[in-house]
Design a protein around this ligand. Structure first.
Ligand SMILES: *Cc1c(COP(=O)(O)O)cnc(C)c1O
Length: 423
């Protein structure tokens, strides 16, 4: 009998049997049968320390020996308290309150509910819609699907089921763009805000890097401009740093490139180094303090069963300690150097007729093609070279674990390039 496991994003008729992973070490995982693959995606971008990191494994073991789980409703514990303090310390100045949940999607649902309730409690119940961007991806739950790109996103068949929000065009200025070059993108945001601000509670964005929507990159000036527009129109700014958080763009958080503090920020993928599912929604005093009041409507009515799970909090604390002690930002910079040299600056790759664009930011690189059919077979090609790639749509990308060595990084970029150049 075939396995009853129903795989995500899989076409049941054409999917090939999934290889079985039996273990992993550093940037590689091992398949049943002994094949070892260098993971160019660090498992949907979360395994930033790679597999079987001794300090992370030990942190889970020790915590398991003390306390595996207890509800956060009416109770607290040390790992949750310590992790919340650490997150306040390392995130942009002013994010002083932490609401835990169990996945990036739920972290975003929490952010959107907070924004709506914030305005409600301040006497503006009409500000109950979101403003989001084309090419956005914020998760797969119903609330999140409604703020993903409605056309290119994966959720168009659900449009009749989803609430309606407002969309602005995806930013087009590059990461390096000057302030003037960002004006048109900001004008497009302003236009939607001018027309609809009375019903817009929050502007949502994946700062600098729209990840699952096609690895679209933009400038820190765009974040600063968005911050100013949100002030002008009494709209909360929500940064979904689920993918960009913990170093992916080259700074600890994408917000750090722009020196911007959002009103709400969501973290998940890198939070526990991928070792357990968890998420955090951080809020400023302004947001938090709006919930201090006498009516029963002042309580924030949300509480995932596994929020603040002690195992997840403990391994997240260890992940942060390793990140700082082992100078991960320095490692990311070295990986970035290889990605720029091998991919961004490769003239033959840029000139290849199938290639539309090559972009690099921090420890992220993408080769965008004109037509998705030119990536058919790329994953199998890479696997023959010992590399696990998982292209989607028109994007062949890598987001490696930060412990990936330079030789292994070149092995990954080599597999990506050779797919185009060695044929
Ligand atoms: C992955 C992702 C999410 C959803 O996180 P899950 O843990 O898969 O629910 C939300 N936003 C962004 C930017 C993501 O990359």
């Amino acid at each position: 009998m075939p396995s009853p496991v129903w795989h995500p994003y899989a076409h049941l008729k054409t999917q090939s049997p999934a290889p079985k992973v039996v273990g992993g070490e550093g940037p590689r995982f091992t398949l049943e049968g002994g094949e070892s693959l260098l993971d160019a995606t660090c498992s949907w971008w979360c395994m930033i320390h790679g597999y079987r990191h001794p300090r992370l494994v030990e942190a889970i073991q020790r915590q398991a020996d003390e306390l595996c789980h207890v509800m956060l409703g009416g109770l607290t514990h040390d790992p949750a308290d310590r992790l919340a303090r650490e997150l306040v310390r390392i995130t942009p100045e002013g994010l002083n309150h932490v609401f835990f949940s169990d996945s990036g999607s739920v972290g975003m649902e929490v952010a959107m509910k907070m924004a709506v309730q914030y305005h409600y409690l301040r006497g503006k119940p009409g500000k109950h819609r979101m403003l989001t961007l084309m090419k956005a991806y914020h998760g797969d739950t119903a609330g999140c699907m409604a703020v993903c790109d409605p056309e290119e996103g994966m959720h168009s068949l659900f449009s009749g089921f989803l609430p309606q929000h407002h969309f602005a065009p995806a930013p087009t200025a590059s990461f390096e763009a000057s302030e003037e070059e960002v004006t048109a993108d900001l004008d497009a945001l302003r236009e939607v805000l001018e027309a609809h601000h009375e019903e817009i509670g929050a502007l949502l964005m994946e700062p600098l890097l729209q990840a699952a929507g096609g690895l679209n990159m933009t400038s820190p000036h765009y974040l600063r401009g968005a911050r100013a527009l949100c002030e002008e129109f009494d709209v909360l700014l929500v940064f979904d740093e689920v993918a960009t958080g913990f170093g992916r763009t080259g700074r600890l958080f994408a917000a750090d490139h722009a020196d911007v503090t959002p009103d709400i920020m969501v973290l998940s993928k890198g939070l526990t180094g991928g070792y357990l599912g968890h998420a955090a929604t951080l809020a400023t005093d302004r947001v938090h303090d709006a919930f201090i009041g006498d009516s029963e409507l002042h309580a924030f009515m949300h509480g995932p069963t596994f929020m603040g799970n002690p195992l997840a909090c403990r391994v997240a604390l260890e992940s942060l300690a390793v990140f700082e002690e082992d100078d991960y930002l320095g490692r990311i910079q070295r990986l970035n150097g290889v990605l720029c040299e091998e991919l961004r600056d490769d003239a033959a790759l840029a000139d290849h007729p199938a290639v539309a664009d090559v972009r690099v930011l921090g420890a992220t690189a993408v080769i965008e093609v004109h037509d998705s059919t030119s990536l058919e077979g790329a994953a199998a090609f890479a696997r023959q070279r010992g590399v696990w790639l998982r292209p989607f749509g028109r994007w062949l990308y890598t987001m490696p674990a930060y412990i990936t060595g330079e030789d292994d990084m070149r092995r990954i970029t080599g597999a990506m390039k050779d797919w185009f150049l060695s044929a």
